[in-house]
Design a protein around this ligand. Sequence first.
Ligand code: HEC
Ligand code: HEC
Length: 164
Amino acid sequence: MLFKNKNITRMLAVVVLVMGAMMPVAHADDDEGRQPAVTNAKWVAECSACHFAYPPRMLPAESWRAIMAGLDKHFGSNASLDAADANEITVFLEKNADTRKKSHESSGKPLLRITETRWFKSEHREVAARTWKLPKVKSPANCAACHTKAESGDFNEDNVKIPK
Ligand code: HEC
Ligand code: HEC
């Protein structure tokens, strides 16, 4: 796992903030690929250190709360934050969370993975099993491998390019 240099992370935070401000406000339709990008500097700095910062609208508030409450044991990593940062990020994630779907779905517990949600499986049902295992993809959680504009919050199908 490669930790990005803090300065690069900060620069990225600024770029993402500026891009967020320039994004046109999308129509509030049901298409996740076309929703406006929201951002928060702490979230970008802390949650894009190991992977790209998954947009808040990809999970319901309950899932974000559970993820933020378990950062010390985060998918085999320790992603702990001090209480003030964790709180600011939790508020940001909850405020912009997915409000359309229940987080429990069937298990009764909030899902901790976007890739386990029903909508994710449905949007990706045409992706072949071997595609997920390509060296340049490795994991379904590696959104930016195929969504070329994921970093700016754009998941529009027109910007999907499966690597070779
Ligand atoms: C120390 C490294 C590290 C940091 C920092 C980190 N994560 Fe993660 N995160 C991981 C790893 C490792 C995975 C598992 C990736 C995989 O399965 O391919 C993961 C996975 C996730 C997933 C599930 C992706 C999916 O759908 O499968 C979410 C959601 C997530 N992280 C949110 C966050 C949030 C929010 C923050 C900031 C508070 C954060 N992460 C910071 C290492 C980190
Ligand atoms: C292996 C490549 C790949 C990876 C990795 C991947 N996706 Fe996708 N994604 C696709 C494809 C292909 C589609 C379907 C595009 C279409 O409908 O033509 C899609 C569709 C979507 C859509 C619907 C877009 C629309 O315009 O309707 C969303 C939202 C989305 N993906 C989010 C994610 C997120 C979030 C992640 C990471 C957690 C992710 N994807 C990881 C390939 C990928």
